[in-house]
Design a protein around this ligand. Structure first.
Ligand code: SF4
Length: 279
């Protein structure tokens, strides 16, 4: 197991690069669209032919249309976001309401041609076929500090796949706990990983906060992970797919009278306790 994190090499904001007189922008998040617009206009004013792509441009192709050709860029953008990152599959088998993947990428596709790198960004690697998954593990074996960055689907983690993951030099295996009702699949997945020899420290769990839960639900998931299982939770605040400002969305809650605990929970989770309604 490796402690060094390869994650620090993510590029902040829109990725941009030039090839000759062509300028390329790749925009991962909607809250970077304004910045991307300014950069595209600047390249355009210098006489560059400007191309813009990335998940956000796929969601909002209209936004950059006045200053860029907005289709997927003809060169791969991922190395410009993080040279340590790779995809072995695109798309997903599920359609979670809070997620842009089904809208942008559609059905799951296993890639034949991909480069083994430490940060594996597949949306749902465990949904790929056993043949594909085994090949991914085989090809990642020489890599130091593998990080399954996007969260593995706990419902699909079998003993076979846990043991295969344990063959790797793992920096982090990440799971995602989006709803309180999914406690059992999360617990089963953590147990499988632990039985296969993956340490608690190498297991991370994203906790979706502020989508269709309450602050009490979110805190309960975080506390359960930490106190019961010794796993560090990683709260991930829900961002609407069209938000132009990160962390600006606040869900309105309706909770039983309870006072301090509810307000404190909202505070800890970065939510506006004024919007927590008492019943
Ligand atoms: S499983 Fe993950 S990638 Fe697939 S739709 Fe749900 S959140 Fe998105």
């Amino acid at each position: 197991m490796t402690n060094a994190s390869p994650r620090s090499t993510w590029h902040k904001g829109p990725a941009e690069w030039t090839i000759g007189q062509r300028a390329f922008l790749s925009v991962a998040f909607t809250w970077d669209l304004d910045r991307a617009y300014q950069r595209a206009a600047w390249y355009y004013s210098l006489g560059y032919e400007v191309f813009a792509g990335g998940p956000t441009v796929a969601l909002r192709p209209d936004y950059l249309a006045p200053v860029a050709t907005t289709h997927q860029s003809p060169t791969s953008a991922l190395p410009h976001h993080n040279p340590q990152a790779t995809f072995t599959s695109r798309g997903c088998i599920r359609r979670c309401k809070f997620c842009a993947v089904p809208k942008i990428e559609g059905a799951l596709v296993e890639l034949q041609d991909w480069e083994p790198k430490p940060i594996v960004c597949d949306n749902n690697l465990l949904a790929t076929s056993r043949k594909h998954f085994d090949r991914v593990v085989d090809r990642l074996k020489p890599i130091k500090g593998v990080d399954f960055n996007q969260g593995l689907d706990a419902r699909l983690l079998t003993d076979h796949r846990a043991w295969r993951l344990a063959e790797l030099d793992i920096h982090k295996v990440r799971l995602a706990w989006d709803h309180t009702r999914d406690e059992q699949p999360i617990l089963d997945a953590i147990m499988r990983l632990r039985r296969a020899g993956i340490t608690k420290r190498a297991i991370g769990v994203y906790v979706l906060v502020g989508f269709d839960d309450t602050p009490a639900d979110a805190l309960c998931r975080c506390e359960t992970l930490k106190r019961k299982w010794g796993i560090d939770p990683r709260p991930m605040r829900y961002q609407p797919l069209d938000t132009m400002k990160k962390n600006s969305y606040v869900r309105s809650y309706c909770l039983p009278r309870g006072g301090l605990r509810t307000s404190r929970t909202a505070y800890l989770l970065g939510l506006d306790s004024n919007l927590v309604h008492r019943m």
